[in-house]
Design a binder for this molecule. Structure first.
Ligand SMILES: [Zn+2]
Length: 79
């Protein structure tokens, strides 16, 4: 399973983990660490669902080369 932090680290050459990233749900506006979200997978994609069950906040989608992030809510993190 490829995590959001894996994708960010590969782009930014950083060493953050999912616990360092806060996600805000666009439906209930709850802010949560990515480690608090509900993780699920769809084939090679990783989907982070709001802890309150609203739906996806961010997805990691497998591309032909590498992975991309599809952010539905809002992500914030410190380097
Ligand atoms: Zn929510």
């Amino acid at each position: 399973m490829v995590k959001v932090s894996d994708v960010l680290n590969s782009i930014k050459k950083s060493k953050i983990s999912d616990a360092d990233i806060e996600a805000t749900c666009k439906i209930c506006h709850a802010t949560q660490q990515l480690t608090e979200t509900i993780l699920t997978t769809d084939q090679d994609d990783t989907i982070y669902l709001c802890k309150n069950g609203c739906g996806p906040i961010v997805k990691v989608e497998k591309q032909e080369i590498g992975y991309s992030l599809m952010v539905i809510g809002h992500l914030s993190y410190e380097r």
